[in-house]
Design a protein around this ligand. Structure first.
Ligand SMILES: O=C(CO)[C@H](O)[C@H](O)COP(=O)(O)O
Length: 222
């Protein structure tokens, strides 16, 4: 299967943001991935509504907003109004996850849930009808440019089994340290979409990096 590629805007050059957005518009990327960090849930602060709104004005593809913030229910509706098409919240940040996922859908967006490294996939077993995508963090979130943690790979396979067993068509994403070398492994494990920051924006030719990620996968022979 050809993966969905979602370049992470966190790694863009913010002095030339419009140029980088146009680069993604003209590439084989499928979504824009936007990381919102509050300095509490993760040890970093990225950006908020004005930047998301500015990206939306120029982006010609779906806007996948990843909220690495506490109490995301306070901000979901406003991110939807700013133009998010997909909103992902962290399992670890939600006291009432089902309620927040319902809120995201009621705001007209695809509902996503992200799992940090320490969170087993089976916490989602009773909620499979409530989300459209699951983002497996393949690093400890907060910063781009980290190395993928190999312990995250079997989590993707386990989640694929769980979703298949439940008859769910929710997408599985992977985020952190993703590049040409490890993308086939994660796709074989069951990932549908790949969030990539450094390997795209740090490349000499970002559009070519996206094209290679998109077309890298050789399906395993059964
Ligand atoms: O969620 C994130 C950080 O918490 C970023 O999306 C992720 O790190 C992507 O950047 P890179 O590809 O450079 O690892």
């Amino acid at each position: 299967m050809t993966p969905i590629i979602a370049p992470s805007i966190l790694a863009a050059d913010f002095a030339n943001l419009q140029r980088d957005i146009e680069m993604i518009n003209g590439s084989e990327a499928d979504w824009f991935h936007v990381d919102v960090m509050d300095g509490v849930f993760v040890p970093n602060i990225s950006f908020g509504f004005p930047v998301v709104e500015a990206i939306r004005r120029h982006a010609q593809k779906p806007l996948d907003v990843h909220l690495m913030i506490v109490q995301p229910e306070r901000y979901v509706d406003e991110f939807a109004r700013k133009g998010a098409t997909h909103i992902t919240v962290h399992y670890e940040a939600c006291t009432h996850l089902h309620r927040v996922l319902t809120q995201i859908r009621e705001a007209g967006c695809q509902a996503g849930v992200a799992l940090n490294m320490q969170t087993p996939v089976n916490v989602l077993a009773d909620l499979v009808d409530a989300f459209d995508q699951v983002l497996i963090m393949t690093i400890n979130p907060g910063f781009g440019g980290q190395q993928l943690l190999p312990l995250s790979i079997p989590k993707v396979s386990k989640l694929r089994q769980l979703l298949r067993g439940a008859g769910s068509s929710a997408l599985i994403g992977v985020d952190g340290g993703m590049g040409l070398a490890n993308t086939p492994t994660l796709l074989d494990a069951g990932a549908d979409y790949v969030v990539a920051g450094t390997s795209v924006f740090g490349a000499d030719d970002p559009q070519d990096a996206i094209r290679q990620l998109k077309n890298r996968h050789q399906p395993m022979v059964a």
